[in-house]
Write a protein that binds this ligand. Structure first.
Ligand SMILES: O=P(O)(O)OC[C@H](O)CO
Length: 194
């Protein structure tokens, strides 16, 4: 039995309003959920749910052979809005350094703007390293957004969050360099880059 052709794309687009709701709840919960711990659990849970759909839409599109240019273009954009909301929210709350968030945002939106600019000529699909980076961002943000300090204690939670954010930073920058090298190689060889 098949599925509606638009289902994977609908799941992709649904990440965008989820990102907005999650961002507002995160800020309302306050730093470390000190203003409202329940709101912080809900915000973290919504993020985990939303980022999980990144795997679901891609899986459905491949399984039912309904991969579309719309999906290839909008899936990374929806991811950026969701993870961007997480990084910026944590920086606003003073839980992650702004410099880490700014470097990540420059890479994420630099590649996204390039993707949009060349979209009329060809679609720059996500590379394996970009997918790995997004998956790792999901794990790191899931850890940082859920108020797990109530389970593991504040010192462990903050140290693990810091280490995860540094690993995410390195992976995000490396995956950006990977795209630039692939694009430059494609242009030099006079063929369409991936
Ligand atoms: O690294 P990007 O910008 O291609 O994004 C990758 C996507 O988020 C993978 O789902």
């Amino acid at each position: 039995m098949g599925i509606p052709r638009q289902l994977p794309n609908a799941i992709t687009v649904a990440r965008i309003p989820l990102a907005v709701v999650f961002f507002v709840l995160l800020l309302m919960g306050g730093q470390y959920g000190d203003s409202d711990l329940v709101l912080r659990w809900v915000a973290g849970g919504l993020f985990v749910l939303a980022i999980s759909t990144d795997w679901v839409d891609g899986y459905l599109a491949r399984k039912y052979d309904i991969v579309s240019d719309f999906g290839k273009l909008w899936d990374p954009i929806a991811d950026k809005l969701l993870t961007g909301a997480g990084f910026v929210g944590l920086a606003i709350l003073g839980e992650v350094s702004w410099w880490i968030v700014i470097v990540i945002l420059i890479r994420e939106w630099g590649i996204t703007i390039h993707r949009l600019m060349v979209a009329s000529e060809h679609i720059v699909a996500a590379a394996w390293m970009g997918k790995l980076k997004t998956a790792f961002q999901g794990v790191a943000l899931g850890w940082a957004l859920l108020p797990l300090h109530v389970l593991v204690g504040m010192p462990v939670w903050t140290v693990v969050t810091f280490v995860l954010m540094l690993v995410v930073l390195v992976l995000t920058v490396l995956s950006g360099i990977d795209y630039i090298v692939a694009q430059a190689r494609g242009v030099r060889e006079g063929r369409r880059a991936k």
